[in-house]
Design a protein around this ligand. Structure first.
Ligand SMILES: Nc1nc2c(c(=O)[nH]1)N[C@H]1C(S)=C(S)[C@@H](COP(=O)(O)O)O[C@H]1N2
Ligand SMILES: [Mo]
Length: 407
């Protein structure tokens, strides 16, 4: 036990040292549970170049979310992009010698690609792609679900550049029994055990073959930021973002549904049939999350805004619907009694979120809430209340609301 604690303490010390960039003198005298002051001062702002209003939910591993008003840009800039890690961000990445291996029982051959191979030998594509964590909105479930208590900010829609996964799969050759592509990344386990894989998820072969499924090496026109998967990342927009593996060095073409860590059991799965809140659900009654549900955010004004009474004012936001598109967005200022249609734009490309705007008039001074509700192209709308309780707290797509005062 003492040995184990010593080991954890040492590896925690090592990672603190690497964050600080210098030795912690007398570090061995620091209690293992002690949070050094620099961690408080060095918020994600300076560590990851994040906006000062981003919220840190956990610093080991790092999990950081946005606030709704930070997501007002059409293309999410790096500093407003949520970070979700299951383990420790890899260090000392050598992009020049990076190798992506594609193998697996359903691969006709095994091939290795350097970043230069990917950039020079395959056509590059750029798409704007919505990535939402399956657990976004978890904080509202009751009984509560364990895990990061995301509110609404674990969603982003940046521009990703890379090669199509399907082009790589064609280069390697698929056997007819291929059903899934699993990813492996270079992040390390919190335990410090180098043999333990943190997370290894992936996508069904049908998703892998879509034009927009990328092995990406750029985000918003630059190298992918370290926290978001530098130098190479799988991007599967519209699926829970856990399918988009960061720091990838291996893809495995499987003849079974991939069974890496966090693919099995209850991880990123919901009950196949709706259950009453608090129900214990056996594993074989849990289904893998694929397309994310229809959802929207009010990104302007900021909740709490004071609106001068008078003419109309502009409310705006974003809407997305996993693998589907959004066909209508409505807003209400009277707690859902009446709804007005917003102007909804088309997505930049398939699987990108859609901006919307509405002109709203507040009839007299006082407190209001602006609610937004999106409907997907199959006619499914966001629920007004927290939907389908599930043991791990996934897929909360309840309507977003903001508070405003007419003054
Ligand atoms: N290698 C690796 N890839 C990963 C993860 C991880 O912990 N390790 N987290 C996944 C989860 S759960 C999410 S929601 C997204 C978050 O992507 P972001 O941090 O770039 O926003 O990355 C996914 N890819
Ligand atoms: Mo996630």
């Amino acid at each position: 036990m003492t040995k184990r604690r010593e080991f954890i303490k040492k590896s925690a010390l090592a990672s603190l040292t690497s964050i600080l960039g210098t030795e912690i003198v007398f570090g061995e005298k620091m209690l293992a549970t002690y949070a050094p002051v620099f961690l408080e001062q060095n918020d994600p702002q300076s560590l990851f170049g994040k906006h000062k209003e981003m919220t840190t939910l956990n610093d080991r591993p790092w999990n950081i979310e946005a606030k709704a008003h930070l997501l007002d840009d059409l293309i999410t800039p790096e500093d407003r992009m949520f970070i979700r890690n299951n383990g420790v961000i890899p260090e000392n990445i050598d992009a020049d010698n990076w190798k992506l291996t594609i193998e697996g029982e359903s691969a006709k051959t095994t091939k290795n690609y350097s970043l230069a191979d990917l950039k020079n030998n395959f056509k590059s594509y750029t798409y704007q792609l919505t990535l939402e964590c399956g657990g976004n909105g978890r904080s509202e479930f009751n009984p509560p679900a364990k895990g990061n208590q995301w509110t609404i900010g674990a969603v982003s829609c940046a521009k990703w550049t890379g090669v199509r996964l399907k082009d790589l799969l064609a280069d390697v050759g698929l056997k007819p029994d291929a059903v899934y592509v699993g990813y492996y990344g270079k992040d390390t386990h919190l335990s410090g055990d180098p043999k333990k894989v943190v997370i290894s998820r992936g996508v069904p072969i049908g998703k892998a073959m879509q034009d927009e499924t990328l092995v990406a090496f750029q985000m918003n026109g630059k190298d992918i930021p370290l926290a978001h998967g530098y130098p190479l990342r799988l991007i599967a927009g519209g699926f829970p973002a856990s399918a988009s593996g960061k720091w990838i060095d291996r893809l495995s073409i499987r003849n079974i549904v991939h069974d890496g860590p966090k693919m099995t059991g209850t991880a990123y799965r919901v009950p196949c049939e709706t259950v009453a809140p608090g129900t214990e659900v056996p594993e074989d009654k849990m289904c893998i999350i694929e397309s994310m549900p229809v959802k929207s955010l009010v990104t302007y004004p900021k909740s709490g805004a004071l609106i001068p009474l008078g003419d109309t004012f502009e409310v705006r936001g974003k809407a997305w619907a996993g693998e589907l598109s959004v066909k209508e967005l409505q807003v209400s200022i009277d707690f859902g009694a009446t709804w007005q249609k917003a102007q909804l734009e088309r997505p930049a490309n398939r699987l990108a979120w859609q901006p919307w705007t509405a002109k709203v008039k507040l009839p007299r001074k006082g407190y209001y809430e602006v609610w937004a509700r999106a409907t997907d192209n199959q006619g499914t709308s966001q629920p007004m209340v927290v939907p389908g309780w599930n043991p791990k707290g996934y897929l909360n797509n309840a309507c977003h609301r903001i508070a405003v005062k007419a003054v």
